[in-house]
Design a protein around this ligand. Structure first.
Ligand code: ADP
Length: 776
């Protein structure tokens, strides 16, 4: 059934050639107990290893059941060891971190036998070797004889055709040796047993046949056998370790070294902790920056005013330095810097349409400030009085002031449409405190700030007699009506060609086409970055355009067009003040300024690019210059934060790599430590891949462990870090670990440690089983 034909195995070490097997030919019967005797170094173990497929022969052939093994592939040998051969070693070679049952089951586990069958067979084998009582003990609680019995149970559990024993009693006392020999003898009734021994007495007492070895050659054979040429069917079942088995093996191994494993996991988690903390910090800082940016955007929209300052000019004249100036004997009359940098934006219909076409993706809120005044009349207790209600009183200084401070008089207009829906400016950005949102052009609202304050002037102008700090019930305000009189009804012409408001406004009140009604009180939503409306009164832009439509051709506008003095006061006007007065009177629909609210900082850049495009190829005078205060204020912050994060992550990343190398070293140590186990697994039929898998599983477990540990520690560290930062900077909750980052880091740690451990794992798999088993 098993035959060696002219088998040679030489070892070349340096200059010496050792002929461990020197042309050995021998055949074995299917059932017999063969003892191999011979001095040490004569090649006994080498032959046993060759018979068991643990070691390859150099030349010759080995015939198993009539099949030549010359063409055996690696996996065939693995399967051969698993299916056909059982090994018993002098030093038992049990896997210490597995239970007795698991040790016995290992061969079956490798060949994929089901759990129940494994257990039943293992118990049967243990009972057979007389260990039925001790099944639940740990390996290190057994005596030498008992350990050898476990090893025998492991060897026979698969009912192999061949049992190979390498000095099975070499480490046992005489009494125990006899017991073991009896057991082996009993087993040889059912199969071929080949036993290497030093002990001629035992050999002669128990074995059927004695083969004597010397110098790699058979010297004597007590009962030679001639193999008949018949070959029986010989199929091998492939072995394959499942991943679950690999994990179980690794877990058990790790469990026996808890302290070391924890330290390793902790050390290699330091990289993860570093990266996690850096990420959570930059996360938090980025959030702070974004909040600030949003706030800035809402306070400082892109502004285009009819009169503006050309920042580039203002700056260039400032930075001009003239070194020869102090040597001059004269002075130079020069325009004030701010005056020379003044630029008049020619806002016309074409530009207005251009602005209207800004992609709503980037900015869907554009506000207009118009100088248009309204002739408002209010009837209180039957008496009609004029109400002052305009964005300005026509004086340039106060116009600019009121614009930059978002209307000192507390009047602003909001963009359309008024219909409810996603695009409704008020409904999406303002909370209704009382009443209703405006539905028509004549519906107006009172805007309050976060403390429910509103502009006192706006209330006074509406005809409410209020003092600073006075509380006014919503109900007293909502429902108030005012009328807008046309210029022609409101002003009367004097014989001097000047105009004055009518003394009796009752008919103007009665003639009015527009009755305005305060329909609600609103407050900006917390989430909005569109703080377009100043506290006070707000009406729709549509109303303003209607008023302009009404007044554009009125007598006073016509008269003012002709005259260079103010038709109301008789003051002399400059070109600029005249055009502003005309605008106040309602002569044109061109807004005084345009406020563009981009959705965020990125979108702002798109809007600016779009605006810059308008100026392309235009004369200096025709260019439209915008003011982007938000940009000037926060240009620095964003990029800086990114740069810092990259640098810190890179540093922390280095410690990750260090951890990886460390895991590699530790796995290497573990491989060295577990050389015997590798040998045993191989003897039981584990493939190279399976061995790699065991160590990969171990590093995988370690990687997941250290990743989770790192993330948990980093998370816990955010609390003291945050309280420290709060004390130092007043910023709360800066460090925030993003769960997605945490997950990525755990995966990263696992992948890196597996990579780090894979090389030693591959080394382990390449270990020569025969050498591994010889090692101590
Ligand atoms: P025995 O089992 O009879 O004591 P071995 O089969 O172990 O003898 O060894 C036979 C010879 O082969 C010895 O001289 C031993 O030194 C040599 N040998 C065994 N394995 C190796 C090896 N891996 N490399 C070099 N020499 C080896």
């Amino acid at each position: 059934m098993l035959e060696l034909q002219h088998v040679k195995k030489y070892y070349q070490v340096g200059d010496t050639l050792t002929k461990a097997l020197d042309d050995v030919s021998i055949a074995f019967r299917p059932k017999e107990f063969v003892a191999i005797l011979g001095p040490s170094g004569s090649g006994k173990t080498t032959m046993l290893n060759a018979l068991g497929g643990l070691d390859r022969y150099d030349s010759g052939d080995m015939i198993v059941n009539g099949t030549s093994t010359k063409k055996f592939k690696e996996t065939d040998w693995d399967a051969y060891r698993n299916n056909t051969v059982g090994f018993i070693f002098q030093s038992y070679n049990l896997i210490g971190h597995l239970s007795i049952i698991d040790n016995v089951e290992m061969g079956m586990t490798l060949s994929g036998v089901g759990k129940a069958e494994r257990k039943q067979k293992a118990v049967a084998a243990l009972e057979r070797v007389g260990l039925g009582q001790h099944i639940n003990k740990a390996i290190n609680q057994l005596s030498g004889g008992q350990m050898q019995r476990v090893a025998i149970a492991r060897a026979i559990v698969n009912d192999p055709d061949i049992l190979l024993c390498d000095e099975p009693t070499g480490a046992l006392d005489t009494v125990t040796s006899e017991q073991i020999m009896q057991l082996i003898q009993e087993l040889s009734r059912e199969r071929l047993v080949v036993m290497v021994t030093h002990n001629p007495e035992l050999a002669h007492q128990y074995a059927d046949r004695i083969v004597e070895f010397a110098d790699g050659k058979i010297q004597q054979d007590s009962d030679p056998y001639q193999e008949s040429a018949t070959s029986s069917a010989f199929t091998l079942k492939r072995t394959k370790m499942t991943f679950a088995t690999a994990i179980k093996l690794s877990f058990n191994n790790i469990r026996t070294k808890k302290g070391r494993t924890f330290l390793t996991a902790f050390a290699s988690s330091i990289g993860i902790i570093g990266v996690a903390i850096v990420l959570s910090l930059s996360n938090g800082f980025q959030k702070q920056i974004n909040d600030t940016q949003t706030e800035t955007l809402s306070k400082f929209p892109i502004t285009i005013s009819q009169v503006t300052t050309d920042q580039s000019k203002a700056q260039s004249s400032m930075s001009d330095s003239d070194k020869t100036a102090k040597n001059r004997g004269y002075l130079v009359a020069a325009k004030d810097q701010s005056e020379s940098a003044q630029h008049v934006n020619k806002i016309n219909t074409k530009f207005l349409n251009y602005v209207k076409n800004i992609d709503p993706e980037y900015s869907n809120n554009i506000g207009y400030t118009r100088l248009t005044g309204m002739n408002l009349l209010r009837q209180v207790e039957g008496k009609v009085t004029a109400v002052k209600f305009s964005n300005s009183d026509g004086d340039t200084q106060s116009i600019q002031q009121s614009l930059s401070s978002s209307s000192g008089v507390g009047v602003s207009s909001f963009p359309e449409p008024l219909t409810a829906g996603k695009n409704n400016f008020l409904q999406s950005n303002y909370k209704l405190l009382k009443g209703a949102y405006p539905k028509t052009a004549t519906d107006i609202v009172v805007v309050v700030d976060s403390k429910n304050h509103t502009n006192i002037n706006a209330l006074k102008n509406l005809g409410f007699d209020v003092k600073n700090g006075q509380k006014v019930d919503f109900s007293k305000i909502i429902g108030t009506t005012i009328k807008v009189a046309s210029n022609d009804d409101y002003y009367q012409k004097l014989p001097s060609d000047n105009f004055i408001p009518n003394q009796n406004l009752t008919s103007a009140y009665n003639n009015s086409k527009h009755q305005l009604k305060i329909v609600g009180v609103i407050r900006a939503k917390k989430s909005t970055n569109m703080g377009l409306l100043a506290p006070g009164i707000a009406y729709s832009d549509k109303l303003v355009r209607q008023i302009i439509q009404d007044n554009k051709n009125s007598a006073i506008v016509q008269a003012q067009k002709q005259s260079n003095t103010n038709v109301l006061t008789g003051e002399t006007l400059t070109a600029q003040t005249k055009s502003q007065l005309m605008a106040t009177l309602g002569s044109s629909g061109i807004p005084y300024s345009i406020l563009i609210y981009p959705n965020n900082f990125k979108d702002k850049d798109h809007v600016l690019t779009y605006l810059d495009k308008y100026n392309k190829g235009k004369d200096k005078a025709d260019k439209i210059i915008y003011t982007d205060l938000a940009g000037t204020m926060t240009d620095l912050t964003g990029g800086l934060m990114d740069a810092i994060t990259y640098v810190l992550v890179a540093f922390a990343g280095i410690s990750l790599v260090t951890s990886m190398i460390m895991i590699g070293i530790l796995t290497y140590t573990s491989v060295l430590e577990r050389t015997k186990e590798i040998g045993v697994l191989k003897a039981l039929g584990a493939r190279k891949k399976d061995i790699t898998r065991v160590f990969d599983a171990e590093t995988g477990i370690l990687g997941v462990g250290s990743g989770i540990l790192g993330v948990v520690i980093a998370y816990l560290a955010t609390f003291p870090i945050n309280s420290l930062l709060y004390k130092l900077t007043d910023l709360s909750n800066v460090a925030q670990l993003n769960p997605v980052h945490a997950l990525i880091l755990i995966v990263l740690s696992t992948v890196l440690t597996i990579i780090g451990g894979h090389l030693p794992a591959r080394m382990a798999s390449k270990k020569d089983a025969a050498i591994a088993l010889r090692s101590e």
